[in-house]
Design a protein around this ligand. Sequence first.
Ligand code: GLU
Length: 480
Amino acid sequence: MSEKDTGKKNASVVTRFAPSPTGFMHVGGVRTALFAWLWARKNNGIFILRIEDTDKEREVEGSIEHIIESLKWLGLDFDYGPEKDGPNAPYIQSERLEIYKKYAQTLIEKGFAYADPYTGDEVEKFRKAAEENKKPFLYREHRPKTFEVWDGAKPLRFKTPEIKSYKWNDLVQGDLSAGPEALDDFILIKSDGFPTYNFAHIVDDIEMQVTHVVRGQEFISSTPKYLSVYEALGVTPPLYASMPHIMATGGNKKLSKRDGAKDILDYKKEGYLAETMINYLAFLGFNPGGEREIFTPEELIKVFELNRIQRSGAKWNDEKLDWFNKEHIKLLPKEEIEKNILEWLPPEMKNPKIIPVILERISKWSDITNMVGAGELDFFFKAPEYAKEKLIYKNSSLEKITGNLKSAIKALESLSENNFTVENIKTELMKIADSLDNRGELLHPVRFALSGLDKSPDPFVIASILGKNETLSRLQKAIT
Ligand code: GLU
């Protein structure tokens, strides 16, 4: 492939992410951006962010900032785009209207575009008539015999040069084809002066010298139309890589907002790591082969291949996402883990000693909030209240349990405050526990006296965190 004149040397690969600013960064869109980014980075190419805002009715204010913030969080840096500039600036379609008009003019001159002479009502009548005759509606069957001069007041339509079949290759979906019924005279420029997506994206992909169009599979059915525009312009089309849908967890349908699809920044708010989202989303449809699943973004760039993306949709799975996140937390430097856990704890609970206990139990930072809300950490900060029968293990008796607790107190008193470590506490308590019919006759009441919970971190860990004084005081309280 030829060297592209895009300011960056050897850019034989140029990809773009072209979202519409509709206020939501669906995980499917993010995955598309990710694959386009990975391919550009792998090939030392260029990744462009282009905002496709030609449908002003669907636009939501603040979306562009939202998109940029999302990409920033994920580390999907773009070479050219809004806020960044580049050789084809501006990268916002509504600011590029003159460029689309120029291309439209070229098509008019070549005889491949014409002013649509019909009113909306008339077009609607044609559509209804086709429906009644059980035939697909094709505008080209009503194409006027002579073309009026286009003055911008009416929509400008494409005149499909040749009604024929198309065959093309998609890097993900393989060989594709469509018959002549896929072609029609579609609108290039609307009467409001804005181009349609169908036209604008082609102009921009040509101008920006995009080599690989990575996007959702919903554009496959329109691809013959796009190919005929490239033909009319005399330009070689880019390569296509059409992504399969992300499927909902249960059943066989596309993941939608209703199935719990969230905005990417919601995952940030919930305390998932950006590296997790990159890794998890990449694996929704891509697999480098082999058993390994945990990859950093840098490692993904190395192993990524567009033609290893699977054709069929992959299922979203929250549990799997949590597992990925837990694994990625483990890859963080210790100080960063500690810093995050402390940040997510309320002020009165910011005790570094409980960090390991929390780390073991969470898969994302917001789990900490849930633990706090459920009172699962309260016993670290105040002695628990409970009914004394709760101390009894199975069919043991209160006398027996009291006796065991007394032995525990005695054993732990022998440890100095400095030696009050998990290992030492464990050694002392296990000496007693092992001499009993059942270890639970000691370990259960100790755990309960310390935490007031049936399920908790092991009693040695709790005791070491509480410290000698507090531990002894809670055990005393249990026997009195
Ligand atoms: N603006 C289109 C969308 O948001 C992008 C399609 C493309 O990448 O060409 O769906």
